[in-house]
Write a protein that binds this ligand. Structure first.
Ligand SMILES: C[S@@+](CC[C@H](N)C(=O)[O-])C[C@H]1O[C@@H](n2cnc3c(N)ncnc32)[C@H](O)[C@@H]1O
Length: 198
């Protein structure tokens, strides 16, 4: 079996698990809250189109979206740094990333994303996927902007499903002349912003 087959099987398993688990659990901390498959496909296309090699994911959960990012970036000899605050989800992601054979591509951080952003170097990432604590996005924006490289891409999940919670954040990006953005009706709504080349 090829590694592509192994990852496909795992993605399918995680999709079924996420749907069943989230239907059975109402408490947010117990839910996986995974992206949809078409969102994963979109992320992979954007990474390939950008040639992104230094990817940052904020909000790992059990690693479903991380697998999409890591598989896309592996083909470009890049790496993914992914951040998760919850220890149980960090451990689930570690097992899933290992099963996929992508451990060498992914650096997992068990940490608060705000702290990771503060510690990250200027322009250290050419692709950022934001799928985490929506109430923090506006406060994180100066650091997200600093950490994103010139010409880099920021993708924000839930931009349609939870538009009201992040309207001010999205408006800040739209008002910034250095960014070109759009909201695409894929999955739960993906806001995509491209930073002007330096
Ligand atoms: C929507 S889920 C991520 C789903 C994942 N991207 C996927 O599609 O498989 C959001 C995750 O962000 C984590 N989280 C919430 N606040 C955080 C913070 N301040 N720093 C890091 N992770 C955080 C939660 O524990 C949760 O697992």
């Amino acid at each position: 079996m090829t590694s592509k087959d192994t990852i496909e099987i795992l993605l399918g398993e995680l999709e079924a698990f996420g749907i069943a688990n989230d239907a059975a659990n109402t408490e947010r901390g117990s839910r996986m809250l995974n992206i949809t498959r078409d969102t994963g496909e979109l992320l992979a296309v954007l990474i390939q189109a950008r040639g992104a090699r230094k990817v940052l994911e904020i909000g790992t959960s059990n690693g479903y979206s991380t697998l999409w990012l890591a598989r896309a970036v592996q083909a470009l000899q890049g790496t993914v740094v992914t951040v998760e605050l919850a220890g149980d989800k960090f451990a689930m992601a570690q097992a899933n990333i290992g099963r996929a054979g992508l451990a060498a591509v992914v650096e997992q951080k068990l940490a608060d994303a705000g702290q990771v952003l503060r510690d990250a170097p200027d322009g250290g990432h050419d692709f950022i996927f934001l799928d985490s604590a929506r109430s923090q996005y506006e406060a994180w924006w100066p650091q997200l902007d600093r950490v994103l490289a010139a010409g880099g891409v920021l993708v924000v999940d839930n931009a349609s499903s939870h538009y009201g919670e992040m309207a001010a954040f999205l408006d800040s990006i739209r008002a910034d002349a250095r960014y070109t953005s759009c909201l695409v009706p894929v999955g739960k709504g993906e806001f995509i912003a491209v930073k002007a080349p330096g």
